[in-house]
Design a protein around this ligand. Structure first.
Ligand code: NAP
Length: 311
């Protein structure tokens, strides 16, 4: 029989790492199960400007590195495995992974979210061959090339500014005629001479011979389409997609109450199942930021302690 942990945290993004820190400090036996790499979405964020106390020019990965070290200082265990099945009712929760089975008296779901694809023909084919969801990872490949950014929220606009440090020209393609991003970020982008806009536009198809070299863009008002070709000498361009995120909640469908695909909790991060908590971007809430994920994790771990004491 595998060890029964006090709490198992699924996901090592800011919510999971913060929960691990608080659980570890409370001397709960804690296991963090991470599917891929520590940090979740923020490792692909080029600059974190709004995490209180963050360093100037803080990158997502530098912030995560410190979070991981801090959680490890308090003795939390970590495994890299993908949880595929969960049994959450009962006093001991059982999580089945690809590599092993894990058991805990409480579970914190901190599985986060993943970048949403456009969903148009050609998109999958050209991932890594022109299409990217990570400016930090891929912007340097487009040094002195043209790049396009799809989206109009904080992520699209911030990453467009970052990409403009590499590409010779960046065009933001947005489906409406105004940005959703916060005003301070908008002021920065509108002052950037290398960034241009295609308003009321959506990308409907991507093409190329092994590498992205053309795309069809449709006007959302008139329905008219036009083909954008790569500059002849360049042969390609970058297409960076930042149109929001989809929560990683598939394995909880039918088990946890959800708002769409987001897990519903109360303000104490409790889900509908006793002993099961959710924190961070997977949760239904109004503001998805590193700071709110970290706060969720802290609350969830504290509530786990109360829950275990009451058992
Ligand atoms: P978001 O705020 O949900 O914005 C998504 C953008 O993509 C919107 O402009 C939306 O258009 C557009 N969009 C959505 N689906 C689309 C589709 N199928 N085709 C074309 N365009 C589409 O997402 P986000 O920018 O990724 O941000 C996610 C969360 O992280 C937000 O809470 C954001 O505040 C936060 N964040 C914060 C920072 C920061 O504060 N530094 C940085 C990054 C992200 P509409 O506007 O028309 O809906």
């Amino acid at each position: 029989m595998s060890k029964i942990y006090d709490v198992i945290i699924i996901g090592a993004g800011p919510a999971g790492l913060s929960a691990a820190l608080y659980a570890g400090r409370s001397r709960l036996s804690t296991l963090v199960v991470e599917k891929e790499i520590d940090g979740g979405q923020i490792v692909i964020t080029s600059e974190i400007e709004n995490y209180p106390g963050g360093l100037e020019h803080e990158t997502g990965s530098s912030l995560v590195e410190r979070m991981v070290k801090q959680a490890e200082r308090f003795g939390t265990e970590k495994v890299y495995d993908s949880i595929t099945e969960v049994s959450l009712n009962g006093d001991v929760k059982v999580l089945k992974g690809l590599k092993a089975e894990y058991r805990g008296r409480a579970v914190i779901v901190a599985t986060g979210a993943q970048p949403r694809p456009i969903g148009c023909p050609g998109e999958r084919e050209f991932i890594g061959k022109g299409v990217s969801y990570c400016a930090t990872c891929d912007a340097a490949f487009f040094e002195d090339f043209e790049a396009y950014v799809v989206g109009g929220g904080d992520a699209a606009v911030e990453e467009a500014i970052y990409i403009s440090g590499f590409a010779r020209k960046v065009t933001i393609i947005h489906r409406r005629d105004e940005l959703r991003a916060v005003k301070s970020i908008q002021e920065k982008v509108f002052a950037n001479p290398k960034i241009d806009y295609m308003w009321n536009s959506v990308v409907t198809e991507l093409g190329g011979d092994g590498i992205l070299s053309s795309m069809v863009v449709q006007d959302t008002k008139t329905g008219e389409t036009r083909v954008i070709e790569a500059d002849k000498e360049d042969g390609t361009f970058g297409l960076f997609v930042f149109i929001g995120f989809d929560p990683h909640s598939e394995i909880f469908v039918g088990k946890l109450d959800m708002d769409g695909r987001y897990v519903i909790t109360d303000e104490n991060m409790k889900t509908n199942i006793p002993g099961v908590f959710a924190a961070g971007d997977v949760r239904s809430k109004s503001l998805r930021q590193v700071v709110t994920a970290a706060a969720d994790g802290a609350i969830a771990a504290t509530q786990v302690e109360h829950y275990l004491r009451s058992m």
